[in-house]
Write a protein that binds this ligand. Structure first.
Ligand code: ZN
Length: 92
């Protein structure tokens, strides 16, 4: 599970996210990501059953919101353990 995917799962578990919003969030961490990367990633996470989407109309525009599924949460928790292990090893 790569950084970008993990990051998306994490944020979508806190609140519903959408493409541009998560792109900006990941950018805030100093990673340059393009729509050409984000949208296919969101789609593949949804295909894998890790995210679910819901269309909402915001100011006359249809926006697709994604939320982490139960399966996505399980994967996120698994990954957290691995991240902890790695952090402990690298920082100690
Ligand atoms: Zn973040």
């Amino acid at each position: 599970m790569g950084f970008i995917k993990l990051h998306i799962l994490y944020h979508a578990s806190k609140e519903p996210i959408y493409g541009v919003g998560i792109m900006e969030e990941i950018g805030r961490h100093g990673y340059a990501v393009s729509p050409g990367l984000i949208y296919p990633t969101l789609k593949s996470l949804e295909t894998q059953g890790l995210l679910k989407s819901d269309k909402q109309v915001i100011e006359g525009k249809v926006r697709k919101y994604y939320e982490t599924t139960e399966k996505g949460l399980e994967l996120l928790n698994e990954s957290k353990k691995k991240i902890k292990e790695l952090v402990n090893e690298v920082l100690n």
